[in-house]
Ligand binder design. Sequence first.
Ligand SMILES: [Zn+2]
Length: 487
Amino acid sequence: MVTSLRAPGGSKLPAYRYSFDWDAFYERYPLPDVFAETVFKWSPERIRALQNERFLEVMRVGWKNPFYRALWAEAGIQPGDVKSLDDIGKLPTYNSDDLKKDQHEHPPFGLLPGYSSLSDHLRTSPLKLQTSGGTTGKPRNTLHGITEWEWNSLGAARAMYVQGVRPGDVMQIPATCSLANLGWAIYKGCHDYLGVMPVTTGSGLVTPSRRQIEVAFDAGVNCWMSFPEYLLRLAQASKEEIGRDIRELKTKLITSFLGPDTEGTLRAQIEDLWGCPVFDNYGTNEVGEGAFECSHRNGLHFMEDAMYFEILDTETNQPVESGKVGNLVVTVFHRTMMPTIRFNLRDLGRLVSTRQCECGSHFRRMDHFLGRSDNMVRLRGVNVYPMACLPAVRSDPRTTGEWLCEAYTVETGAGPRDELIVHVEVRQDAGSLEGLKTHLQARLKADLGVSVDVKLTEQGKLDTVANIGEGKAKRLLERRPAYLKKQ
Ligand SMILES: [Zn+2]
């Protein structure tokens, strides 16, 4: 989308404002209020036709890209084999291991960006480097050109708008603008697109919880974006450190990332403490806002005009039956810098409905994000996902709701065997702990399908290791030797 717009005074610098055809971008990806009344409400046939058109454009970009040419040649794919979105299953998928390999063999960013030289590219158009969260292994580099960087915030703005954020609101964002996308996406989404004042306090490490709440009261904050663990912490800090009920803020809504809160206990707890609705979202470093709840909160709508999601079996890589859990595999329509075509995110998802939602949209809906499939621990033949412990851990009010799985390997006569301990935090005011461990072990066995060991730990003990207060919580402590890890 590089254009020949001329900067005032004849400047030759690749200034952001003059490196991009903004009107064409918003024509293609409508602004939040227009989006909510147009493409979001289109018929399934019209959405499919749009996806097909955009998929074929992305395929043309792919054929010019050395990473995909090599990947597809290896799979025996010829130009012309893939004629429409119906043929997408003919293309191979790839995952973050392939990206790491690409970046390792062709440092620093691999063949995937598709440019001939980083510095040549930068002479004509700006780039932004972001990385994955690193909750599973070393963070991965992702480059954003203008389209990708703008989409990152536009997608977030669309979700917030559909959820009820409006011009005049004040949004507190306890997420640090760093190599992680989220803080930037929400800040720019509010500031550049919604007429909402962002209050960028950064994470709890940048601005302590007590100060976060003081800022919120002082600035008239009425909306929040934060992770569940930190929202619970803030409610507690408000009461204990400044003696005010967090409900006094009269928050209008919270947009968050609930994870596998399949029974709704986590949402209910936050809503009760804060006195406002909480909306769930799903996103990644590569795609930006991938799926979001609307006001009806009965599944997360995929962002169908900007990307295409498939759900594939974790073992066979074939499409699962509708409603079954599998890996989310994504093809992104808006990426030309680091194009993304059948990228296996190894995030577990499940389609909940393809029918029209009560909000009027036909955008397909998925369940809450269910965990990462590469975070899997195989225990006595059963695949266990650390995130799946959430409903069990939250099923007894004596826990703080925080947990951490520790995977390790024991040597047996028959070879190495994986084992798992689930560390569960207990509230300071829990009182008697009688029966708690037995209850958790029984409930986890029922939910996970295999016995695990439970260790109770004091409130706050998991803060540092599980990353509470900083961002996305970490749920697996990996103590298995790398050479034994099964992917
Ligand atoms: Zn809806």
